[in-house]
Design a protein around this ligand. Structure first.
Ligand code: NAP
Length: 289
């Protein structure tokens, strides 16, 4: 038997398999499109002919495919379920908390152990101290799997025994990054329209990263404690600044969809009477649909 089987050899799955190989583990790999296994085979990976063979080959099975639907179809393939008894299944595919709960329940009926994880890094970071992976599941099970999973990410974090918590935190973080990516791209479009160097804009924003980290901690504490009084920066002030982005986008003849959505949310908070509160109070209009 090999030490670990990796199912799914896209950008991320291949990076996971490479990290295990680099750490000296024997690795069995399977991918729906077999060609993606070739580069890993050249590095010493064993190729399984089908998902059942991959499941049979190792005590631990790491899955990283597009989504849970793909995972479920792989696990439903002929002969796989019978091979899972006594195996550890580690799901590192992104998805929803309810999907993590459902897969945990299904693997339990097959007699398998299950950990649910979420990757918060780029493939190039996997296997380095910079990589971040959140893992949820039974704490004893995590402790026994930790030496193996630590090979993938220096920042391996156990988030507790509720199997859905890795996916909840992943999606909460993704919500932040959705704003980050679109917001940065809007800023780049503004710089471009005005003839400014976009790379220099990226450098300027990177220089603000420590302050942004501080704001995240601050917002976390403010919202957790519900303390929106004595604002340094109020909903009204931030909302007015963002509303000007709508006008600037129109002046520059660039898209204004993102500023309009952001300004609209802050305006809703002002209309609801939260204008004089700390900017984190915008959460109050996000809580209900
Ligand atoms: P990818 O390069 O597009 O690879 C997708 C993988 O899923 C391929 O191995 C593909 O097989 C497989 N797949 C899709 N549908 C399938 C099906 N029905 N049956 C069997 N296999 C199927 O994606 P990726 O970047 O590796 O991402 C994989 C997971 O990692 C995703 O959940 C993603 O959110 C997560 N992730 C990725 C990153 C990143 O930067 N890439 C970062 C964090 C998390 P084929 O090769 O046969 O198409």
């Amino acid at each position: 038997m090999s030490d670990v089987s990796v199912i799914g050899l896209g950008e991320m799955g291949s990076a996971l398999a490479r990290a295990f190989l680099a750490a000296g583990k024997s690795v069995t790999v399977w991918n729906r499109s077999p060609a993606k296994a070739e580069a890993l085979a050249q590095k010493g990976a064993l190729r399984a002919g089908d998902p059942a063979a991959a499941a049979a080959a190792s005590p631990a099975l790491v899955i990283c495919v597009s989504d849970y639907a793909a995972t479920n179809s792989i696990l439903a393939a002929a002969g796989v379920a019978e091979k899972l008894k006594g195996r550890l299944v580690v799901q590192l595919t992104s998805g929803l908390p309810k999907e993590a709960r459902a897969l945990a329940a299904w693997t339990k009926t097959q007699g398998a152990d299950y950990l649910d994880g979420a990757i918060g890094s780029w493939p190039r970071q996997i296997g380095t101290p910079d990589a971040a992976i959140l893992v949820a599941g039974d704490d004893g099970l995590f402790a026994s799997a930790e030496p193996l999973l630590k090979l993938l990410a220096g920042g391996l974090t156990f988030v507790g025994s509720d199997i859905s918590h890795a996916k909840i935190l992943f999606n909460a973080g993704l919500s932040y990054f959705a704003g980050h990516w679109i917001g940065f791209a809007q800023g780049a479009a503004i710089c471009e329209a005005e003839g400014l160097d976009i790379a220099a804009f990226g450098d300027m924003m990177a220089g603000m990263a420590p302050g942004l980290a501080e704001d995240m901690r601050h917002m976390g504490n403010v919202i957790a404690q519900g303390r929106y009084d004595n604002p340094e920066s109020s909903v009204k002030t931030v909302g007015a600044d963002i509303a000007r982005l709508v006008e600037l986008s129109a002046d520059l003849k660039i898209g204004g969809t993102f500023p309009a959505v952001a300004a609209g949310l802050f305006q809703r908070a002002v209309d609801a009477g939260y204008g004089g509160e700390e900017h984190g109070a915008v959460v109050k209009v996000l809580r209900s649909a």
